[in-house]
Design a protein around this ligand. Sequence first.
Ligand code: CP
Length: 316
Amino acid sequence: MKNFVSVKDVANIDDLVQKAIAYKAQPLKDLSMGTHKRIGLLFLNPSLRTRLSTQVAAANLGMEAIVFNMDKEGWKLELEDGAIMDGTTVEHIKDAAPILGSYFDILCVRTFPSLLNRDEDYNEVLLSRLIEYAGLPIISLESATLHPLQSLTDIITITETFKEKRRPKIVLTWAPHIKPIPQCVSNSFAEWINAWGAADLTITHPAGYELAEQYTNGATITHDQQAALQDADFVYVKNWSSYNDYGKVLTEDPSWMLTNKHLALTNNAKVMHCLPVRRNVELSDEILDGPSSLVSKQGANRVWAAQAVISELLNK
Ligand code: CP
């Protein structure tokens, strides 16, 4: 593995999952692996789980982690080649990236889409420029279009939970929200489950919320949430804004919020969400506080996903 920005960077998903599960059993077994090594965590938007779990994972491998809230404390970066920098941007990515590369052994970055210009967002300019100019392994802590550490965590959690000798049925369902939310968690979840190949994926959402086909190809897609939920073993709940009418909220229909009534249609499904979650908008209290919820387990598993990925890059 040279970088970790999408599932395409992973040679074998199950091997990486098993590595994470081994770290969960013995968190400090590779404590000396990262001695005298440094990992930089650049954040351009808020985070609870990603930020702290990556720091804990790095500490478990003996690394020093340095967090930089780049959006608040750094110079505003210019990303465009040939730009005449007489506006608000202060430093070009071509100048900043090699410096960052010289300070660290691994560099992590979290960006967010504007949700205003689809081409710009889906071109992942910041991430690709960092890979081009920083000269060291890059980990995505969530990008404009994908959230690979979250998706790896999700597969770890499913693997730990599902013990039957058959393929689980996993349903990714759209949920209401009060504002436009990126498609990255949903894109990434679909991409990883399809690449994993060990489960059957159904995606359900209201009309107009189709995700980019490059991630969903291979999944069953339906606007009928009730039909989708039939016999599900896992229900992954997530809001996303429209991909085709880019960044728009087309409906806030509360009937899409998962309740115990929806859950009764499933095969006693476990319910997942990446968090943070808007209670009683995206997901009901009765589910989040009930026995079906895996959300705390998912959040806790973020450490082991990050530790497995950092360890792979250190070994390289
Ligand atoms: N799921 C997730 O990425 O959480 P944070 O935004 O808190 O990092």
